[in-house]
Design a binder for this molecule. Structure first.
Ligand SMILES: Cc1cc2nc3c(=O)[nH]c(=O)nc-3n(C[C@H](O)[C@H](O)[C@H](O)COP(=O)(O)O)c2cc1C
Length: 222
């Protein structure tokens, strides 16, 4: 049995039968899940759609409860409830699939809010000054993180000329270990704003890369 946690966050929807204003990151996410379900015997998918159920922003009460030592009050349990639920989903996942658009060269605000609830001291990382200048260490391990993204411009992939402007991929790759991900893969569709042949080719390539990745992951897991 493979447990997949699927996080989607585009404000646009995706439905197989429509052609206008469709979310490309959601299309890539569905491609991954459908292919994975076809190639792997038993798959359980938990889908958390952040555009439907927006995560709360953390606040002072949240920080106080998250860092509290000893027994928590009833109110503190309530303050942490959404984070507890999100962390449970992360803990249970073998593969975390994040389908995300690039907004303003970074991740959508709802996805950042999800990360702020998902990555928590003594739950997903430990903090110990005895470790010197690197006090943080991940607690979870053995997971795979797959980032499926879409952006309007181009040349944002690793090694390309505009990678330094891409704060979506680098940020999520940096956070991956704190979700317990020891392997990170990214597949992106580019050129959405140009709506030309380059865009069509980029989408087709992303779909091909997803199929290859799914086969690779299914073989690893079998
Ligand atoms: C609010 C907003 C901000 C965006 N910012 C960028 C950007 O900084 N760079 C870029 O290449 N594309 C940008 N785009 C284009 C989107 O990344 C592109 O439309 C992508 O396909 C959106 O993902 P989706 O198709 O899954 O909704 C932006 C789009 C929106 C709506």
């Amino acid at each position: 049995m493979k447990n997949i946690l699927y996080i989607s966050c585009s404000v646009r929807k995706y439905s197989e039968n429509e052609t206008q204003h469709q979310s490309i990151s959601r299309m890539l996410g569905e491609q991954f899940l459908n292919t994975f379900s076809q190639t792997t015997h038993k798959v359980e998918i938990i889908h958390r759609d952040l555009s439907v159920k927006q995560p709360a922003f953390i606040d002072e009460k949240f920080i106080a409860a998250a860092f509290a030592k000893g027994a928590l009050s009833e109110e503190q349990h309530l303050v942490l409830a959404e984070s507890d639920e999100i962390i449970k989903e992360v803990v249970n996942a073998d593969i975390i699939v994040i389908a995300s658009p690039m907004y303003n060269y970074g991740m959508p605000a709802v996805l950042k809010a999800w990360f702020d609830l998902a990555i928590r001291v003594d739950k997903t990382f430990s903090f110990d000054l005895a470790r010197g200048d690197k006090p943080l260490e991940p607690i979870l391990s053995g997971k795979t993180l797959v980032l499926l993204s879409s952006w309007g411009e181009f040349a944002f992939k690793k090694g390309e000329s505009q990678y330094h402007l891409n704060h979506l991929s680098s940020h999520i790759e940096q956070l991956a270990p704190y979700l317990g991900a020891e392997a990170f893969y990214e597949i992106a569709s580019e050129y959405q704003e140009f709506d030309d042949d380059r865009h069509k080719r980029s989408k087709a390539l992303a779909i091909e890369e997803i199929n290859n990745l799914v086969h690779m992951l299914s073989n690893q897991n079998s």
